[in-house]
Design a protein around this ligand. Structure first.
Ligand code: ZN
Ligand code: ZN
Length: 327
């Protein structure tokens, strides 16, 4: 099968690999669509998670089951499915405390095991769900991005009737804005730089400069360190900042303001098994999530797809690689 392997920094290459064999608790999926994530772009450029080369990237994928391991009961060959990339061990202290998404022996498609930028991929079956017929495979590939955005909303606390600021207009900021509105936020304001991307967020107010003390909740959906200040300054007393994006450089925080305004800062990483809730969102046409997939390109055009995802901020949000016609 053909697969996109990362062989070193900035060295993504199309390779021929043997077909993987599913273990008893896994399924082999013929990939139908796989979307490119901002984190794939970071992995290619900086490898922040220390991926060991060579590794097939890709963690947002959907397709058709072609083989199910002996212990798999809920999936069978021929079923259309979407995969969640996170595989927790179920045994470590975090898993036992109920925080499987923060597992200390976490497996992840495209990081410690081969991912879905390939014609076939395997995943543990409990992390794979059947897709209703009307959900396209490229929309199905958004199962995990939507799940992690649901986690960002959950970590924000009760958003009903509150003013939510989202800093970042990329695919994640875009999804979070939709989910915040759906969750009952009184007002959703998005700060970003791309007029195209901002135009894709129905119902949200768009700002260039964020007014001080204007939000109850600020969600950081961009990796720029200076955006943390923007979020902090935007919070009203008792406001909460959710750090959704990874900011790798240390950032100074105004703890005096945090103290006198009783502010809170919470992280949001992966998701607490929100597969079912995410599937409901994919099913919910009013969220218009399919509109986020601005480009569908055949797998062999992967170079064009990655350059669009990386540089096409004026015309692209989610870029899907497609494999065959029904995606
Ligand atoms: Zn992702
Ligand atoms: Zn664990």
């Amino acid at each position: 099968m053909r697969a996109l392997q990362l062989k070193g920094l900035n060295e993504l290459v199309m390779t021929e690999l043997p077909l993987p064999e599913p273990r008893a608790d896994e399924v082999l999926v013929r990939t139908g669509a796989a979307t490119i994530c901002t984190s794939d772009l970071h992995d290619i450029r900086h490898n922040p998670f220390g991926i060991r080369y060579p590794r097939t990237l890709g963690h947002e994928g959907a397709g058709v089951v072609v083989k199910a391991g002996a212990a798999v009961t809920h999936l069978a060959p021929g079923m259309r499915v979407a995969a969640h990339p996170v595989v927790s061990c179920g045994k470590c202290e975090e898993c036992r405390r109920g925080y499987e998404h923060l597992c200390s022996n976490m497996g992840h498609l495209g990081l410690d095991r081969d991912g879905c930028f390939a014609e076939y991929f395997v995943q543990r079956a409990d992390r794979v769900v059947a897709l209703p017929d009307h959900i396209s495979l490229s929309l199905g590939a958004l199962l995990e991005p939507v799940a992690v955005c649901l986690q960002a909303i959950a970590r924000a606390g009760d958003v009903r009737g509150r003013r939510v600021l989202i800093v970042g207009d990329g695919p994640f900021g875009n999804i979070i804005a939709r989910l915040a509105l759906q969750a009952g936020a009184a007002k959703v304001v998005v700060a970003g730089r791309s007029p195209f991307r901002l135009s894709k967020i129905p119902g949200a107010d768009i700002v260039e400069d964020v007014p001080a003390k204007s939000a109850d909740i600020a969600i950081l959906a961009v990796s720029a360190a200076e955006a943390v200040q923007t979020c902090m300054q935007a919070l009203r007393p008792r406001g909460r900042l959710v750090i959704f994006s990874n900011v790798v450089a240390p950032v100074p925080i105004d703890l005096f303001t945090l103290h006198v305004c009783e502010l809170e800062i919470a992280g949001a990483c992966n998701d607490e098994n929100r597969i079912a809730a995410s599937l409901e969102c994919l099913n919910n046409k009013t969220l218009t999530l399919e509109e986020l997939i601005t480009h569908r390109l055949p797998f062999e055009n992967w170079e064009e797809a990655f350059s669009l995802a990386r540089d096409g901020h004026n015309r692209a949000l989610k870029v899907a690689l497609t494999f065959g016609p029904a995606s």
